[in-house]
Design a protein around this ligand. Sequence first.
Ligand SMILES: *[C@@H]1O[C@H](CO)[C@@H](O)[C@H](O)[C@H]1NC(C)=O
Ligand SMILES: *[C@@H]1O[C@H](CO)[C@@H](O)[C@H](O)[C@H]1NC(C)=O
Ligand SMILES: *[C@@H]1O[C@H](CO)[C@@H](O)[C@H](O)[C@H]1NC(C)=O
Ligand SMILES: *[C@@H]1O[C@H](CO)[C@@H](O)[C@H](O)[C@H]1NC(C)=O
Length: 223
Amino acid sequence: MFFVAGARNAAKFREVDILDKKKTVTALKPGEDRAILLGLGMILCSMMMYFVLGITVLRSCADSVWTEEGTCAVINSTVTGDMNCSYSCGSNCWRVSRFPCLQVYVSVNNTGRIGRLSHNEETQDASSECVYIPRCQKDSAAMRAVIVNISQHLKTNQHVSCFYDPSEQQDTVLLTRLYDHSAAFHTLLWPSCTLTIGALIIVMVNLTQYLSRLCEEIGKIKR
Ligand SMILES: *[C@@H]1O[C@H](CO)[C@@H](O)[C@H](O)[C@H]1NC(C)=O
Ligand SMILES: *[C@@H]1O[C@H](CO)[C@@H](O)[C@H](O)[C@H]1NC(C)=O
Ligand SMILES: *[C@@H]1O[C@H](CO)[C@@H](O)[C@H](O)[C@H]1NC(C)=O
Ligand SMILES: *[C@@H]1O[C@H](CO)[C@@H](O)[C@H](O)[C@H]1NC(C)=O
């Protein structure tokens, strides 16, 4: 008899408790829902960014063989001839322009190896001989000026810092790297920020919920 009454009482208390909880939850609901959705959206976004960037930039970083930095001494630097390039002159319109191809051989100070110099990975991919491929434009004199500038720079600075492949699979030596540690860092920075903020929003909403429930309970005890 006593037990049954006790159990009934407890059940009643639980009911009240649940009702109370429901009240606070429904009171906070619309804003919270949106916040949670925003948080989840940001986390999803960052996952997608990690995925896309991971298979582009990070793979290029990992594939890059020019890992060692050294000093390069210019051996010779010659203009081998003109290269054709095409620039856009509107929709479906391409015109041909030309720029001089500057070929530079250097010796890598640290190893004594001789290699052809290239501006970066993209230049190395695009051309087998030219140091630098300017953005194609109508004004070929401007492109020539850029190349002459580089040639002058290499004449006055006989030693330049450069990147080479320590395993000697690649003869080409790079002046600058597109894909290095700082590129990897910047690639991962934005998705990581988004992920952190998204997770923070969700944690904050849960914390708010928890605190409001706590407040409610304290209020009940005081009453
Ligand atoms: C420049 O040096 C390289 C390596 O020694 C050599 O193969 C090339 O023929 C030289 N080019 C000219 C124009 O002297
Ligand atoms: C560039 O184009 C001209 C014709 O406009 C052609 O005669 C020449 O062979 C081309 N040069 C190269 C390197 O493709
Ligand atoms: C390497 O470069 C330094 C200057 O950066 C120079 O003093 C040194 O003689 C060079 N060594 C060789 C082997 O070329
Ligand atoms: C040549 O290079 C210098 C700096 O290295 C730069 O100030 C100048 O604008 C360049 N000129 C051209 C035509 O690119």
